[in-house]
Structure formats: structure tokens, C-alpha cells
Design a binder for this molecule. Structure first.
Ligand SMILES: N[C@@H](CCC(=O)N[C@@H](CS)C(=O)NCC(=O)O)C(=O)O
Length: 293
């Protein structure tokens, strides 16, 4: 048999001594006798777990067996609540929840910051992994759950371009919709006399509603046909892009008059269409109103 070409490298270049990364690869792939006793690996995992969970971590969090969501039923919290309810309904994927009260600043305590240094809900902890894997930021949670728990891609896409479109709408709302609507809500409640702030955030929120209306009405689409959902061929397919956006837009009655919303007929129909789904009703329902912390 002809020897494999070495491209000028001597066999000794590949030796574990010469290249520690290679040694690791050999160990991992099992080609070399395991050098690290299993007990060390286990204790490392335990260390990593105890790094996440400390004495003050609520027991319902640290001893949760599978996917665990720490939330409060706000537009951000609801996005992940809805997807978890959808996954449970579609696949029977189990999950547990801890509902906190952000007004008491539970989310600024050390136990919480160890899971999400940003100190905001929601947080998902995936305890199906060892050590457990925490995910913060709603959109990252939707993408993570879709990647790892939606095996038939019921709420996501396999086609790379459709996948990209879903990401575009998710990022659009995460960075370009939620902050404006969030600030409109904040100023309307806490500083109702601040005309400058309210006008700025109100106009910008209406502008991004208009962006969604363009998409859903199909006005600039090649076929000029309206869509049922933000992403997918034809009328589209209900997906994480809709979930991300819907939990915010559905709050429009708290912020806008019917008259102001007249410009968005397709967006309003989309709001109703998604609201009719059972898992969506569950995801924004009573279960999440009762706080356990
Ligand atoms: N970009 C974050 C925003 C999370 C966020 O703002 N959460 C709010 C509730 S909707 C929160 O925890 N507020 C409490 C605080 O800021 O301390 C995400 O998408 O998850």
C-alpha cells in the first residue's frame, strides 16, 4: 500500500508530544488509551454545575430535571413560554417553569446572574445536558429550542434561505421593534408628561408596525399576494419569527387607538390568527400569572 502523503511533515510532527491538541483529539476519539480517569470528568461536570447553582438558587431551579424556564409573563417571557408550549403540544417535550416577580429584583440576585449575567428574564436552562446549559436572550432561546427540540422543523425551516429570512425577522424585531415598543410602554406608564420621549417611541413603533404590514400585505411581493405568516413559501408558515414578534404586537390595545391601527389591516388579522392557537393561549395564560418566587 502506498504511504499517505505527509506534505513534507515528518510523522513525529503528529505525535502528541509535538502537538498537544492532537493528543486531545486522540484521547477523545478513543484512538489512544484514555489518559484522564472518568472520575475527573465527572467531578469537572459537578464543578461546572455548582458554578451555575449555589445555595441560594431556588431548589425548583437547581433540581429541575429537563428544560427549565425562568420567566415572568411579559412580551419577552411570553415568546419563550409560547414556543415551549408549542413544543410540548407537538412532541410532548417536557419542561418546567419558575415564574419570578421582576419588581422585587429577583433577577439581580447572584443565583440569577450566574444563569444570565444580564439580570433579565427569560432564561432557559437545558438540564438535558451535562453540565446544564443556560441560554439568555429571547431570540437566542427561540433559535436554540428550534435547533435542538424541533426535530421535524415544525416551527423553523430547513431551506437555508427561508432559515435566513426567519433570522432576519427575528433580529428585526429583537433589535428594531422590541426596544421602541418597550420604551413607549415605559414612558407612557412612568413619565406620561414626557411628550418628546413618547412621541419619538410611538412614531417609531408605528413605523415598524408598517414594516410588518408591508410584509404581510404582500404589497411589494412579486406575486402581490398577502401572507398569513412572516416567513415561508406562499402564504408562509407559522414559525419562531411570528412567535418572537406576536407576543409584542398583540399588546397594541394598551398603546394605540383603533384609529391609529387602521393602517395595519393585515397585521391585525395576523394578530388574531396566531391568538387562536391553543398552545399560544396556554403560553400567555393563567399558568404564568402565578408567581412562585
Ligand atoms: N433582550 C432581552 C430583554 C429581556 C428583558 O428586557 N426582560 C425584562 C422583562 S420583559 C426584564 O427582565 N426586566 C427586568 C429588569 O430589567 O431588571 C431578551 O430578549 O430576552
Amino acid at each position: 500500500m502506498r504511504p499517505l502523503p505527509t506534505h513534507g511533515l515528518l510523522r513525529s510532527h503528529f505525535s502528541p508530544q509535538a502537538f498537544p491538541y492532537f493528543k486531545q483529539r486522540l484521547t477523545i476519539s478513543g484512538l489512544q488509551k484514555r489518559q484522564t480517569p472518568l472520575v475527573v470528568t465527572r467531578s469537572l461536570r459537578t464543578q461546572m454545575k455548582s458554578h451555575l447553582y449555589i445555595d441560594s438558587t431556588p431548589k425548583e431551579v437547581s433540581s429541575a430535571p429537563g428544560l427549565h424556564l425562568i420567566t415572568q409573563s411579559t412580551p419577552n417571557g411570553q415568546a419563550t413560554q409560547v414556543l415551549l408550549e408549542e413544543l410540548e403540544s407537538a412532541y410532548g417535550t417536557p419542561f418546567t417553569t419558575t415564574v419570578i416577580d421582576i419588581n422585587t429584583n429577583e433577577q439581580k440576585k447572584e443565583w440569577f446572574l450566574r444563569l444570565n449575567p444580564n439580570g433579565r428574564i427569560p432564561v432557559v436552562v437545558d438540564n438535558t445536558r451535562s453540565p446544564p446549559f443556560p441560554v439568555f436572550e429571547t431570540s437566542a432561546q427561540l433559535l436554540y429550542l428550534a435547533d435542538h427540540f424541533d426535530k421535524d422543523h415544525k416551527f423553523g425551516f430547513t431551506d437555508p434561505l427561508e432559515k435566513s429570512e426567519a433570522e432576519q425577522w427575528i433580529f428585526f424585531w429583537h433589535g428594531g421593534g422590541a426596544p421602541y415598543q418597550g420604551n413607549l410602554n415605559y414612558f407612557s406608564r412612568n413619565s406620561p408628561d414626557n411628550d418628546f420621549g413618547i412621541t419619538r417611541f410611538k412614531n417609531e413603533t408605528l413605523r415598524v408596525f408598517g414594516v410588518l404590514e408591508i410584509r404581510l400585505s404582500g404589497i411589494y411581493a412579486a406575486d402581490k399576494q398577502p401572507r398569513h405568516y412572516l416567513v415561508g413559501a406562499g402564504k408562509g408558515k407559522y414559525s419562531i419569527a411570528d412567535i418572537k414578534t406576536w407576543t409584542w404586537i398583540k399588546y397594541w390595545p394598551a398603546l394605540f387607538t383603533q384609529d391609529e391601527m387602521k393602517e395595519f389591516p393585515y397585521l391585525l388579522k395576523w394578530v388574531e390568527r396566531i391568538a387562536a392557537r391553543e398552545p399560544v393561549k396556554q403560553g400567555i395564560g393563567e399558568k404564568y400569572a402565578k408567581r412562585s418566587l
